[in-house]
Design a protein around this ligand. Sequence first.
Ligand SMILES: *Cc1c(COP(=O)(O)O)cnc(C)c1O
Length: 431
Amino acid sequence: MKTERSKQLFARAKRVIPGGVNSPVRAFGSVGGVPRFIERGKGCRVWDVDGNEYIDFVGSWGPLIAGHANPAILKAVRSAMSKGTSFGAPTELEISLAETIRDAVPSIQKLRMVSSGTEATMSALRLARAATGRDRVLKFEGCYHGHVDALLLGAGSGVATLGIPGSPGVPSSYANLTIQAPYNDIEAVRSAFQKWGEQIACIIVEPMAGNMGFVPPVAGFLEALRACCDEYGALLIFDEVITGFRLGWGGAQKHFGVKPDLTCLGKVVGGGLPAAAYGGRGDLMGQIAPEGPVYQAGTLSGNPLAMAAGLATLELLAKPGAYEQLGAVSARITSGLEQLAVEIGVPLCTASAGGIFGFFFHEGPVTNFTEAADAHPARFKRFFSSMLEQGIYLAPSPYECGFASLAHRPRDLNRTLEAAQVALEKAARVR
Ligand SMILES: *Cc1c(COP(=O)(O)O)cnc(C)c1O
């Protein structure tokens, strides 16, 4: 596979952009090789600058649930764009997207649009601290909530991939307010609350973890978090930046029937443009400025192009059968991989739900970050490189999940599994 042009661009990028990329995992640090510079995408496919074609399971890290350059989304964005790109004044599109989200997500009565998932979690955290008058927050090891200072500790994916525990530049007085517990460990949560219960403003959690690979919650885990928060007067924040509108209409909270106080959304709700949101109980959201004293603002918040892309995406997802289709894509990949792994004799465990799937080179089950980190990184690396060489584009890290789209067709999945057979055979030879 020719990668000359990507190589040249990467060298040029590195001279002007730190590491040559605008988000660390894109640099292929943990898998080696040249990051592919992408020229265009269509449906489930992307083409790089050397003309190589790939079936894409990254989907811009989640937003592109309808595939690349979806005609309905492009049309909506074009139509919005023809009227101007930004006004810094309210528009009707913002209300329409907010209403759609409110009607879909059980715990959301009111919400605020922002431009990234990081902004959503940062703002939800500020609100939780303001509403409770408490400073401490509890998060889970391996959950990533954006690059918010207080939430970078043990933050899975990018951070874990780099092998750094948190980040220099986060004041220890901040990090000290963050309590960490292993994912799915309710006993650890209870003992943290016994110790600091009256000081904990909130628990923030990915209700299905997607940043240490794909790790679903064990039965009763989310219910126990809800109960703990209620007992101690803390708030429960679901970070549904991945799961919102990807796991199903209404997200993980609808799927599991557990209501958080606040919810963070991103990725899919922006339809491939920069939009995210946080929302929840009306009395809490009423504390956000200008209705209340908790300040939060944004020059491009509710941007009309992003609102149009988000709305058009949700319209596609609202069609009957959309989530069944996504679920079938994810399940076909994971069941296909499992079957191949058994035939080849390489330990592999998988999980899938809605438009999300994941796999670990591990006997399983994988229920937390320690177990995820115990999977075989060298095998993943070999598997990843072989898949890429064969034109299958997976996230370049063992700590990410795979994203299905409405544009993946059965023949794309067959091709993917044919490639996976070759890649798994290679991975199996790695000791
Ligand atoms: C991607 C992600 C974020 C951060 O969103 P950005 O738009 O990248 O800032 C937050 N939480 C979760 C669960 C995510 O996967």
